[in-house]
Design a protein around this ligand. Structure first.
Ligand SMILES: C[S@@+](CC[C@H](N)C(=O)[O-])C[C@H]1O[C@@H](n2cnc3c(N)ncnc32)[C@H](O)[C@@H]1O
Length: 280
């Protein structure tokens, strides 16, 4: 069967399951099965595909029909122009988080700083920052050992093991010398809202990466309290937050001697990241 026919069939099947990105996803999965780029796939749409490759493509497509995200099917996700390994034990890196990385890179570019990434998951934030700031070094922490293994793998993959260390640790039990910059994309969804998440998130992303407790602020508070003791005076805390959490989080920050310096909005104009500095 030719590429264009396979794409058409696959895309129709995904559309029937209400998968909005049905066409793009089908193209990505067929490119994977053929081991060619999406661009090459599209310019060769009349080429015939072997039955062995079609079988493999159908396996991938069936996983997508079962609502598994493309990132976990392929075991990778692009973030800040680099591929990161991901699996069901790590959150799939999100574009909103790239906005936080962008702002930090702008501010700290070329500086020699020490960075702590709390709830590092795949390591995407810390490793992207270190890749941009080649004089800096950092530590990534996560409560999940399985996530730490993936973060270490990504550090090797991007040749950053000399400057990035990863440890399995609950942030409340972490003690260290003081950092210049602490970054975190903590779990921040209210427990009662978890059941309303999209099926592909509920079924395929780790609950521990999403569950922020009854008010969504459990881990955010832990990050702020801990940062007070392990951030240098005038050091920066950059924290990603959920859609309507700005007011509550900014009150907690101010109560804990943090001075809000920047806010970062997402593409829908929601405040999704707060950057603050620790005052005396
Ligand atoms: C929203 S995910 C972020 C992952 C990654 N930083 C990213 O942006 O894609 C939150 C991460 O925090 C970790 N985590 C949850 N509670 C934690 C805690 N108390 N201490 C350290 N890490 C924690 C989870 O295992 C998860 O990997």
């Amino acid at each position: 069967m030719e590429i264009f026919k396979i794409l058409d069939n696959g895309s129709k099947q995904l559309k029937r399951k209400n998968i909005l990105s049905h066409q793009l996803d089908t193209e990505i999965l067929l490119s994977e099965a053929l081991n060619i780029s999406r661009e090459k796939l599209l310019v060769n749409s009349n080429t015939k595909v072997s039955s062995k490759t079609i079988d493999y493509f159908n396996k991938l497509l069936n996983r997508r029909l079962n609502k598994e995200p493309v990132a976990t099917i392929l075991n990778r996700k692009e973030f800040w122009s680099k591929n990161f390994s991901v699996n069901k034990n790590t959150l799939i890196p999100r574009p909103e988080t790239e906005l936080m990385v962008e702002k930090i890179v702008k501010i700290f570019h070329k500086k020699n700083i020490s960075i702590l990434d709390i709830g590092t998951g795949s390591g995407c934030i810390l490793l992207s920052l270190l890749d941009e700031m080649n004089k800096s070094k950092g530590i990534g922490l996560d409560i999940s050992q399985k996530a730490i293994l993936i973060a270490k793998f990504n550090a090797k993959r991007h040749k950053l093991i000399d400057r990035a260390k990863f440890f399995r640790r609950d942030i409340s039990n972490f003690y260290n010398n003081k950092f210049d910059l602490i970054v975190s994309n903590p779990p921040y969804i209210m427990k009662r809202d978890l059941k309303n998440l999209d099926e592909c998130i509920k079924k395929f992303e780790p609950k521990i990466a999403l569950d922020g407790g009854n008010d969504g602020l459990d881990v955010i508070k832990k990050v702020i309290y801990k940062s007070k003791s392990i951030l240098k005076i005038k050091g920066t805390l950059a924290i990603e937050i959920g859609n309507e959490q700005f007011k509550k989080v900014s009150i907690i920050l101010r109560k804990n001697k943090f001075n809000i310096k920047h806010i970062i909005k997402d593409y829908k104009e929601n405040i999704r990241c707060i950057m603050s500095t620790l005052e005396h």
